[in-house]
Design a protein around this ligand. Structure first.
Ligand code: NAP
Ligand code: G3H
Length: 471
């Protein structure tokens, strides 16, 4: 069994209290991490505040060199990291390794981009102040609280931690409970990389128990959170005077507007809907299609779903157990509600505990919960809708506004529809997705506030400092 301790001020913290992490595949313990108490959490913030003052004075290239040491240890330990992740969140091994390597790419790009966060210089001439020159530099905000979700425990954590550190902030990092083993492992790597004392702290503990303590500490200058709408809203309340970037849930629609290349569209839809068993904020979570080729699309989707392997992460199955039994009960509830109200199960609707077979539901109507709620699991509803206007209307009725996909060969139609859909990003002829990671990534409505992506994260974790020269 794995055991990793919380990491505060470059010390590994043991207080006799442990948080058990359950392996979703075996439903047995995968390991444990320290369950921190109030005093430890307060110490993490004190250390972060103290350390930040010296860290922001370290030259940028020196800060980059420290982070590169940390990155080199990630590369060296890539298989171990993927293995831990796979054990605690049941992401298949190949995808877990993919997540680690994608993170290394993000780190490289972030460190390069940090060199290009140049000051802005301007004169006051346009406002009648011709004897003034202002130089506005981006400087660290201070102490950043980074909170990550279970589904990308390595990538979505470091996509916050690295931009914060390179710009001279210190970090208090709270990993998701499922994801805490790999989260606390980062503390071990930070220690080995000899990151300066106190700039990176890992606070482990169950969100429902220590979440308020973690998010309401007065030392926090900014919170970067990825997770559910409910917790995001709780953080809005606790951190109301703090800068916030929130990346929350989604109910991304795919609008299939022609049948010119249904085979290709179906490949994108399958990968979008069922990657990591549907546990992606950007997963395609509803498909809108015209009746006259809906049967054909459904047939192709069914054929492809039949070929998805279902099983264990270590065998690289496409569909692996969802994060816990409670989540699978919730997903099953959405399927059962749809069935009761007349939806047709094309394939799936089978489960063993939290291992759920990929499910395709046809003839889904807007009175069914699955038309609106985020399952975060391997289930895809098909809504047959016969006008583009109605598709847009139903897409926009959702409380979520993360992403959408439009499948259509006529670029004018695609662009015209894209402009009317109320989400952060519209993907024409591909699944919805966060990457490439240099793109801005954002949700509107309940899907979030603020923007992530490499450059945007560097900007959101800094503020302007203006120096005005009068002559
Ligand atoms: P979650 O339950 O909201 O948890 C997210 C993080 O918040 C975890 O670290 C969790 O810790 C912590 N937390 C829980 N309660 C807290 C509290 N009261 N105060 C502070 N922190 C608290 O979300 P999840 O189940 O991990 O992830 C699934 C959700 O995240 C889905 O809705 C998905 O769409 C969304 N998501 C969105 C994006 C995006 O970029 N838009 C990306 C990934 C996921 P514990 O685990 O210890 O409870
Ligand atoms: O789960 C939310 C992630 O931000 C989605 O990232 O589109 O690369 O899977 P992804």
């Amino acid at each position: 069994m794995r055991e990793y301790k919380a990491f505060i001020n470059n010390e590994f913290i043991e207080n006799g209290q442990w948080l058990e992490i359950i392996n979703p595949t075996t439903l047995k313990p995968a390991g444990r991490v320290t369950a921190l108490k109030q005093k430890d959490i307060e110490n993490a913030y004190k250390s972060a505040r103290y350390a930040q003052k010296s860290w922001e004075k370290v030259d940028l290239l020196k800060r980059i060199a420290f982070i590169n040491e940390f990155k080199n240890l990630i590369i060296k330990n890539q298989n171990e990291i993927a293995q831990i992740m796979s054990e605690e969140i049941a992401k298949n091994l190949q995808d877990s390794l993919g997540e680690v390597l994608r993170t290394v790419e993000i780190i490289d790009y972030t460190l390069e981009e940090a060199k290009r966060i140049d000051p802005k210089a301007m004169t006051g001439e346009g406002m009648g102040a011709k004897n003034k020159i202002g130089i506005f530099s981006r400087v660290a905000k201070g102490v950043i609280l980074a909170i990550s979700p279970f589904n990308y425990p390595f990538n979505l954590a470091l996509a916050k931690i690295i931009p914060a550190l390179v710009m001279g902030n210190s970090v208090v990092f709270k990993p998701a409970t499922a994801g805490s083993l790999v989260g606390a492992y980062m503390g071990k790597l930070a220690f080995e990389a000899k990151l300066p004392k106190g700039i990176f702290n890992v606070v482990t503990g169950r969100g429902s128990e220590v979440g308020d303590l973690i998010t309401s500490n007065p030392e926090i200058d900014m919170i970067s959170f990825t997770g559910s709408v409910n917790v995001g809203n709780q953080i809005r309340k606790n951190g109301s005077t703090t800068d916030l970037v929130l990346e929350l849930g989604g109910k991304d629609p795919a609008l299939v507007l022609d049948d010119i290349n249904l085979e290709k569209y179906a490949n994108e839809i399958i990968s979008g809907a069922f990657g990591y068993s549907g546990q992606r904020c950007t997963a395609i979570k509803r498909v809108f299609v015209f009746d006259n080729y809906a049967d054909k699309l459904v047939e192709i989707l069914k054929e492809k779903i039949t070929k998805l392997s279902v099983g264990n992460p270590e065998d690289n199955a496409s569909i692996t157990p969802v994060i816990d039994v409670k989540s699978s009960d919730f997903i099953q509830g959405l399927i059962d509600d749809a069935k009761t109200k007349g939806a047709q199960v094309v394939i799936g609707d089978k489960r063993q505990n939290n291992l759920m077979w990929p499910t395709l539901l046809d003839h889904v109507k807007t009175d069914m919960r699955i038309a609106w709620e985020e399952p975060f699991g391997p289930v895809l509803p098909i809504l047959r809708i016969n006008s583009i206007e109605e598709m847009i209307e139903i897409a926009n009725k959702s409380n979520f506004g993360l992403q959408a996909s439009i499948f259509c060969q006529d670029i004018s139609t695609a662009l015209n529809v894209a402009k009317q859909i109320e989400v952060g990003t519209i993907n024409i002829n591909s699944k919805s997705q966060r990457g490439p990671d240099c793109f801005p990534f954002l949700g509107i409505k309940d899907s979030g506030e603020g923007v992530q992506g490499i450059r945007e994260s560097l900007l959101s974790m800094t503020r302007y400092r203006g120096i005005v020269i009068n002559y």
